[in-house]
Design a protein around this ligand. Sequence first.
Ligand SMILES: Cc1ncc(COP(=O)(O)O)c(C=O)c1O
Length: 396
Amino acid sequence: MSVAAKIKTGMAEGSWIRRMFEEGNALKQKYGADNVFDLSLGNPIMEPPEEFRRELKRPAENPEPGMHRYMENAGYAETRAAVAQQLSAETGLGFTATDIVMSSGAAGALNVVLKTVLNPGEEVIVFAPFFVEYLNYVDNQGGTSKIVPTCKDFLPQPGALEAAITPKTRAVIINSPNNPAGVVYSVECLRSLAEVVRKKESQFGTQIYLISDEAYCKIIYDGLKFPQVVLHHPRTIVLTSHSKDLALPGERIGYVAVHPDCDGKKELIDGLIYCNRVLGFVNAPALMQHIVRKLQSVTVSISEYQRKRDFLYSALTRMGYSMVKPQGAFYLFPRSPVEDEVAFVRSLQELRVLVVPGRGFGTPGHFRVSYCVDDHAIEGSVDGFSKVARKYGLPG
Ligand SMILES: Cc1ncc(COP(=O)(O)O)c(C=O)c1O
């Protein structure tokens, strides 16, 4: 065998998102790209904002000596200071550059954080539905994922969290706005989760981190203000990236921020910097650090995403699909009209509409629709959704 047994198993299992994406590509080859309506992948169709182009030109036209060299593993001090300033303005907390470690996207950040805090076998609580890579990242860093279901509206329940925490619990991952459900956790929800964590910390004499994955925190609708996770527990580690808010997923730029009042902060941050190095990231991409420094308060057009959400949400609810109206991210997560959502997804696929089965996110019986795609794919999918709705007894 040319690969390790564990890798072979992982490759064979694949991921539902990738599988649908690949099957979609095969359909595109067969029927032509315009005749396939691919709502499977969270790869934003939007181009980065105008300000990004301006910043991209600046280092090309006025290169500074040393701007492509190795740097401190934490990243450029100026970029970290810019991130800290923005976070302080958003949260009212006093972040400084030393609280920030620049990372290779949110995915790199998650691996760095988990490697830094986990002892072998320690547990990380993940609420379902979840971004499926969490399970891989926890496993990468020697931990064990413990999946905790949410209720109908996809908000975590304090009682379920309380029952799941054990003396081995080291972290709870919070992902709001959530991929795939699009829900934004309310202040009350966050407050009650943090209270449970503190109660269990004192019961077991342990330290439990809230790891807040804020990849979608700027993609938020209806004028809602993002409820800050970091305000509820000093042992919070925030991570995010500019993959979604600046539409730069290929550029791999993000960061980790530690609550300014976190216990043992110096050691924790030194650990993050060390792990960024030994995981082989070394540092976040230099050019992108130069660029995003000036873009901390810039985002892609949120109203454009909201328009797409509104169109698809109304179309699907009119057909009889039931779902929570998402307030953030760029996904809908409706209930499948038939229990076996893979059968439903396959029926849609026959009409060249691609979505992802909920079991790919630890929540069977649902399916994920990604609307960060062009209007042609969204509008073209409506007919397929309608026909399959009728097939399964909805008005359609
Ligand atoms: C919830 C969530 N976290 C993390 C990531 C990874 O983002 P990045 O591209 O910044 O690594 C994604 C990507 O889709 C995501 O949906």
